[in-house]
Write a protein that binds this ligand. Structure first.
Ligand SMILES: Nc1ncnc2c1ncn2[C@@H]1O[C@H](COP(=O)(O)OP(=O)(O)OP(=O)(O)O)[C@@H](O)[C@H]1O
Length: 251
């Protein structure tokens, strides 16, 4: 059985003359939790933009669920929580319910009024992230950790197979961070949602994710989290420190 959800093959990318990705290949399997790590400016956001179809492919191939990116149209299967969710305009006049409903807008169309079923879906997504009691609260009147849960609910409302989260724990307190990882584990184990988590927090990522991709223009490591932990000094020397390019694939 082919259980590869996302297949990135030999992707290279440059902005003008600046090469920011070079021959990057990696896969995400059904049920996998993958941590994407790398220093500032290592190309993580660029890679995300490419796999989400927001930047044109210059070199290489990306497939979602076995379909090449240019033939893939089933975007509701992919939930995306952007970095910007953490710096949300706190004056934005919308309730938790309304923000989560926005996640369905692409499906039901901007001007059609949501029906009973859609409203139920929204309530269910809010309940999954444990924010039921705040349904009618203005989003600006929530803590950073609570806002983050709401944005995860917004991504969950289209019932995705995979969640992509970009630096979700930046600016969130330790308790909310622990709850966040607990929520990811629950989504993964109970709902079989695959996860790609972009993070600077190597310690958390290597203990909470199943596998790690360590990027700095090239892929310096792609393999199981335990293997990453075991080889961490060597990998970090290669990717964060000196100009050593060694690629380890253990699967
Ligand atoms: N639109 C752009 N035009 C030119 N250069 C860009 C553009 N976007 C990003 N870059 C450069 O490409 C490199 C990779 O950036 P990218 O944002 O992908 O890295 P990142 O790993 O996500 O960084 P961070 O961890 O700081 O968010 C950086 O040197 C960045 O300055």
């Amino acid at each position: 059985m082919n259980d590869i959800i996302l297949d990135v093959q030999h992707v290279s990318y440059r902005y003008g003359n600046k090469h920011v990705l070079e021959d990057v290949s990696l896969q995400l399997h059904q049920g996998e939790m993958l941590g994407l790590v790398g220093p500032n400016g290592s190309g993580k956001s660029t890679l995300l933009k490419i796999i989400l179809g927001a930047l044109p492919m210059q070199k290489g191939n990306v497939s979602w669920f076995g379909k090449p990116l240019n033939k893939f149209g089933d975007w509701p299967r992919i939930g995306y929580v952007s970095q910007k969710a953490n710096s949300f305009n706190t004056g934005f006049p919308a309730t938790v319910f309304e923000v989560v409903m926005m996640g369905l807008t692409s499906k039901i169309g901007l001007f059609r009024r949501p029906g009973k079923r859609e409203k139920e879906r929204v309530r269910e997504a809010i309940a999954i992230v444990g924010m039921g009691e705040f349904e009618n609260r203005n989003i600006g009147r929530l803590s950073g950790g609570q806002q983050q849960r709401v944005f995860i609910a917004r991504a969950l409302v289209s019932d995705p197979d995979v969640l992509i989260l970009d630096e979700p724990t930046v600016g969130v307190d330790a308790q909310s961070e622990a709850q966040f990882y607990e929520l990811l584990k629950q989504l993964n184990e109970e709902r079989r949602i695959s996860i790609v988590l972009v993070s600077h927090d190597l310690g958390a990522v290597s203990t909470k994710m199943h596998s790690i991709a360590c990027l700095n223009r090239k892929l310096h490591f792609h393999g199981r989290a335990e293997e990453f932990e075991r080889m961490r000094p060597e990998i970090l020397l290669g990717s964060y420190g000196h100009d050593v390019h060694v690629l380890h694939h253990d699967h």
